[in-house]
Design a protein around this ligand. Sequence first.
Ligand code: PHE
Length: 358
Amino acid sequence: MEDLDQLRDELLTAIAAADGLDALEAIRVAALGRKGRVTELMKGLGQLAADQRRAAGQGLNAVKTAVAVAIEARQSGLASAALDAALAADRIDITLPVRPQAQGRIHPISQTFDEIVAIFGEMGFSVAEGPDIEDDFHNFTALNIPPEHPARQMHDTFYLPENAAGDRMVLRTHTSPVQIRTMQSNPPPLRIIAPGRTYRCDSDMTHTPMFHQVEGLIIDKTTHMGHLKGCLIEFCRAYFEVPDVPVRFRPSYFPFTEPSAEVDIGCSRAGGELKIGTGGDWLEILGCGMVHPKVLLACGIDPNEYQGFAFGMGIERIAMLKYGIPDLRTFFDADMRWLRHYGFVPLEVPTLLRGLTP
Ligand code: PHE
């Protein structure tokens, strides 16, 4: 029988020198495999005399164990070296931006619409739309503003040229005609908001001929003034992201609501800087009221059975307040520098859960 010490040393040296898992496996097969050197020696034990067999068997077993242990140790050493190498090769620099910064910006008007839709959407309102070019009935008459009504003068209406039927269409002066269209084509209960463009023949520091409003309308059998107040107070808190913003309902007049109110929010103008929430000053942000029975009748809804509230709000104004935009006219200048400054990153969609503003 060959010298076991020498065999063991030879195998251990080879194992230590193995430079990869494949080489190590070859050594294992050559030593411990079915036809390996250690295995063959084991098979030869039977030919030895009984007294020699015992000592030789013990010696062989010791070699076998030593080789197996060494292979295992080398194996895990090689495996972790291979893992380290793979990890090192796979390295990515996670400090690099994921993708190039988006270049475009969402206009503050669109952002404000999205925020309003997110808030009222959570309250169960859906979004309704109507045409920018309206007829007299939807913009005025159905809203309890008959032809000779003085409220028509308040509206600085843009009239289109007379059509073949002798009627003059108008650019809608408010989003309230969407109330009428919604009630005419859907049975109550109703719960909608209607964001959109509106037009008045007026242009100065604080007025542009085209501006934006959002209308709100709820019609059912039980909604009352308390719901109106709760709904709009909740809106102000959510929109301005000031939980205790003071809200004041001031009696007012609109032909299409009775009673009517205007809503002011608390602010301070200390040091020439407008701050929403605290301070003794007030700022008007919207008009509202309980839908007038005559409006319900004009839409074929029985005012003895149904009631509800409506509100209308200027978008530019509440966007300017929230985002500190000082000049109304800059909204419509299409100035890229302005948009880069006041605009919003696309894909950061406002939700009440993640926060309205990024
Ligand atoms: N339409 C009114 C305006 O433009 C606002 C309003 C809407 C008021 C609905 C009451 C109810 O000023």
